[in-house]
Design a protein around this ligand. Structure first.
Ligand code: MLT
Ligand code: MN
Ligand code: ZN
Length: 301
């Protein structure tokens, strides 16, 4: 299985339009940025599955030869899997509206509901080629397939990770609003564990990551009060459902113990000090054997 990190930043990207933190200033000064959270996977190198559809999808697709049309019209993207209904993981669906056929979109049932009602992306897209929503069952492997039902060679298991409904839908009925994924190449057994949002390294994460060749894990924040410290009137990392990388019981401590071959931090917020190559936090992450994800990173599993 081939894995490409299309975007390694959390919502807002780097630089974020209204942020004057050190990382954002540095990114502007050096013309170096990061696009928002998305990963592309493929079992055959020809047909691709997007894991989340970021607001930067247009530039992400233009940057990769593998994701360009093969003829006058068309796309090698066979399906999209959304792990949540947050804006940074779903807005990109709107950017695919020029499609000539329905786009298969896998998501937890409650997220399909959000995308129909509170954040009506599916409803809006129904006036264009539309989407074919496909519910991800809890903790059961399914074979991902293109619109005509042809298998894409990847089995996907989605396991709920405890997290609140998105901010735009706080009154939505209870349900699974976030999942982590385990994706297995059905031919080679190559396994990716993809968990862009997690409030803990718990039994769910251990199940998803067990024996994986690659774990892509929530690296949103280094510390709990990071957003507020950067001047934003904002909730804490834990309130947002993101386990900080640093601190007691944080990702830095817990992730190396999972025994996964390679662990890459993704969905990194622009305020996170691990983005600064010379920071002490970055040195600690690297010393622990964790990889700071970056746009364009590729893995072969
Ligand atoms: C999150 O990952 O916590 C959300 O995407 C936050 C947001 O950007 O609204
Ligand atoms: Mn997010
Ligand atoms: Zn910033």
């Amino acid at each position: 299985m081939r894995v490409i990190i299309l975007g390694s930043a959390a919502g807002g990207g780097l630089p974020q339009w209204n942020c004057g933190c050190g990382n954002c200033q540095d990114a502007r000064a050096h013309g170096r940025g990061r696009t928002q959270s998305s990963v592309a996977v493929s079992a055959d190198g020809e047909r691709w599955v997007l894991l989340n559809a970021s607001p930067d999808l247009r530039t992400q697709l233009a940057a990769r030869r593998e994701l360009r049309p093969r003829g006058p019209r068309g796309t090698p993207i066979g399906a999209v899997v959304c792990t949540d209904g947050e804006i940074d993981h779903t807005l990109g669906l709107l950017l695919l509206r020029e499609a000539s056929a329905q786009l298969p979109v896998y998501a937890p049932t409650a997220v399909i509901g959000l995308l129909d009602r509170e954040w009506p992306v599916f409803r809006v897209l129904s006036a264009y080629a539309g989407v074919a929503p496909r519910a991800l069952p809890d903790a059961q492997p399914i074979a991902l397939a293109d619109l005509s039902g042809v298998s894409l060679g990847i089995a996907c298991t989605a396991v709920p990770v405890a997290r609140r409904a998105p901010r735009y839908a706080r009154s939505a009925p209870a349900g699974t609003f976030d999942v982590g994924l385990r994706l297995v190449d059905q031919r080679t057994g190559g396994t990716l564990s993809y968990i862009p949002t997690a409030g803990a390294v718990d039994e769910t994460v251990r199940t998803l990551a067990s024996g994986a060749d690659l774990l892509c894990f929530d690296g949103t924040f280094w510390s709990d009060g990071e957003l507020r410290a950067a001047g934003a009137d904002a909730p804490t990392a834990v309130e947002m459902g993101h386990l900080p990388v640093g601190g007691p019981g944080g990702g830095l401590e817990a992730l190396p113990r999972l025994g996964v071959k390679r662990t890459v931090l993704i969905h990194i917020n622009n305020t996170n000090p691990i983005l600064c190559r010379t920071s002490a936090e970055r040195a600690r992450v690297e010393a622990a054997g964790l990889i700071v994800g970056d746009d364009g990173m590729e893995f072969e599993l």
